[in-house]
Design a protein around this ligand. Structure first.
Ligand code: CDV
Length: 318
């Protein structure tokens, strides 16, 4: 089998506090990009909502303040352009997440978005997060909020793939990594590389859960999704403490075989890198996971017909 190489980096960010400026985040991102490029990276995966703190942990009354502090109405903007310029100078592609403020048919819309940027600095693709976790109401008794359902609407672009730098690439964002359906939709479009940024609190907002268990779940999901879809999977964290609230790291590069080939060890700014053979999934795609030979969609109807669980045993004893 002919090898097809792409050297890919995950550029993990440590925490960004509420009062840190977007331009200070851009300085760190440019630094990470230059470090990765210096180590031979051709493509770099940055985290979800990478220019600001993970603001859905905070309740704000004033939407105008939220828009001004945490959303981007153009990409690149004067503040974010240095990242694009550094990428062009170094000849690397990248993906990055941000809060997108836009207008569609005269209506203001807000999405949790990621973009795919080619080495010439042009934007070749966009994805708007579909699985938005958390809640829309204020929970003053909770240690922190998770207000993605308040600040964003469900993405309206589906799960597109894009041809970029010789690979078929799909983007997902954070909570999407818990949903096999999202990966399969990308796999069915021939994705060879799936890239994803995340912000995952070390503490579970809803019930006590050991932090190690949360990391364990993160890792087994990444390994399973990569293997079952025969794809390279790169998942990059924003990690560490943001105003005292901790998020775990464990950014990973996972091969189509399901093996973790690189993983961060810190909760700070850190680059990991791997020389990925994009053809590595070809044998799996040809045999075990030859989707056209083995899938049985005629028996998968419930996947799209039903959202939640209805107890419907075949023996009628529901
Ligand atoms: N940013 C996220 O989507 N975070 C979720 C948290 C809420 C669990 C995640 O799935 O990691």
């Amino acid at each position: 089998m002919t090898k097809r190489r792409m050297t890919i980096a995950a550029a993990q960010l440590g925490g960004i506090d509420l009062d840190d400026s977007r331009s200070s985040a851009v300085v760190r991102l440019v630094d990470l990009l230059r470090t990765a490029a210096g180590r031979g990276a051709e493509f770099i995966v940055f985290p979800e909502l990478a220019f600001t703190t993970f603001f859905p942990r905070w309740w704000f009354e004033d939407q105008a303040e939220v828009d001004a502090r945490f959303f981007e109405s153009s990409m690149p903007s004067t503040v974010t352009r240095p990242l694009f310029e550094a990428a062009r100078e170094c000849g690397v592609g990248f993906t990055i997440g941000f809060g997108e403020l836009t207008e569609i048919e005269g209506v203001t819309r807000r999405f949790n978005t990621s973009i795919l940027v080619a080495p010439d600095g042009s934007i070749v693709g966009k994805y708007r997060k579909i699985h938005l976790p958390g809640h829309a109401d204020h929970k003053p008794e909770a240690p922190f909020q998770h207000l993605e359902k308040r600040y964003f609407e469900v993405g309206n672009l589906g799960f597109p793939t894009y041809r970029c730098m010789g690979a078929v690439v799909g983007m997902l964002i954070c909570n999407d990594r818990r949903w096999p359906e999202a990966f399969r939709v990308l796999g069915l479009q021939g994705a060879e590389l799936i890239v994803l940024g995340f912000n995952t609190p070390t503490e579970n907002l809803h019930y006590p859960e050991p932090p190690a268990q949360r990391v364990h779940q993160h890792l087994i999901m990444a390994q399973a999704m990569a293997y079952q879809n025969s794809v390279w999977l790169v998942e990059t964290a924003k990690a560490g403490f943001e105003d005292g609230f901790r998020m775990f790291g464990n950014s990973v590069i996972v091969a189509p075989t399901g093996e973790i080939v690189a993983k961060t060890t810190s909760e700070d700014d850190e680059v990991i890198i791997h020389d990925c053979d994009l053809a590595l999934g070809d044998d799996l795609r040809r045999t075990m996971f030859n989707l056209s030979a083995h899938r049985r969609p005629e028996h998968y109807g419930l996947i799209v017909e039903r959202t939640g669980v209805e107890v419907t045993p075949a023996n009628g004893e529901g």
